[in-house]
Design a binder for this molecule. Structure first.
Ligand code: DGL
Length: 235
């Protein structure tokens, strides 16, 4: 069995890294769908069609467990994928709002794609986890994943400067990176918010992957590293 990991491009590599760190002895196929980036500004119907094609590809390659290394695809179409492919175990990635709330931060800024921020799952995460005296600011970052995917640092700077202008006086003590592309610009974000802790959900994804492998009776510890294969689509 292979483990499939997919995203709308390079973002998913930040999740893959954590999963492989925790579970080195498996064979992975990474699918970076750069041709269809950004996912964050697509409809649910478009996303289901695009991600179904990826799942078909990974299924052909004997992936019975697939990590959706994308907050947007997880929040918008994970359930539809689970219904469509009941024989596959899907692990999702969602903004680490629970971790931020449980860690007792007061002013939590959640950065994610417009698709993730507008999703029902996002509202649930906030409503289920927010505690009295906590403030959560979910922010749709138009164009940010695209600028990272296509290496346009000037565009990243403009977007981050505007975030700093909007939230610089809100005593933000935690920033949740709710898009798997954002860890690549963690330092740029930190520079603008030096007092905030910056967190993401990739470690939780890795632990959930291990838990599901155990449930599937596919868990094994191994000193011997498995294989990594990369497949990227191009615009
Ligand atoms: N990396 C993806 C996420 O976590 C999506 C970025 C995009 O394609 O908009 O949401």
């Amino acid at each position: 069995m292979n483990i499939g990991v997919f995203d709308s491009g390079i973002g998913g590599l930040t999740v893959l890294e954590e999963v492989v760190r925790l579970l080195p002895g498996y064979d992975y196929i990474f699918y970076g769908d750069s041709a269809n980036n950004p996912y964050g500004e697509k409809t649910d119907e478009q996303l289901l069609e695009i991600t179904s094609n990826i799942v078909e590809y990974l299924k052909e390659r004997d992936c019975r467990l697939i990590v959706i290394a994308c907050n947007t695809a997880t929040t918008r179409c994970r359930h539809a994928l689970m219904r469509k492919y009941p024989d596959i175990t899907f692990i999702g990635t969602v903004p680490a709002v629970k971790l931020a709330c449980d860690s007792n931060y007061s002013n939590i800024l959640v950065l994610a794609t417009p698709g993730t921020i507008a999703s029902e799952r996002m509202s649930q995460l906030v409503n289920d986890n927010i505690r009295p005296n906590q403030k959560i600011y979910p922010l749709a970052c138009y164009g940010l994943a695209d600028a990272i995917e296509n290496h346009v640092p000037e565009a990243v700077d403009i977007i981050l400067d505007s975030i700093k202008e909007q939230y610089g006086d809100k005593n933000i003590d935690c920033i949740v990176l709710g898009c798997t592309h954002y860890p690549f610009i963690k330092e740029d974000i930190q520079k603008r918010f030096p007092d905030a802790d910056i967190i993401d959900g990739s470690n939780g994804v890795a632990r959930e992957t291990r838990r599901q492998l155990q449930l599937m009776n596919e868990y094994h510890e191994s000193d011997k590293p498995g294989t990594l294969e990369f497949h990227f689509t191009k615009k």
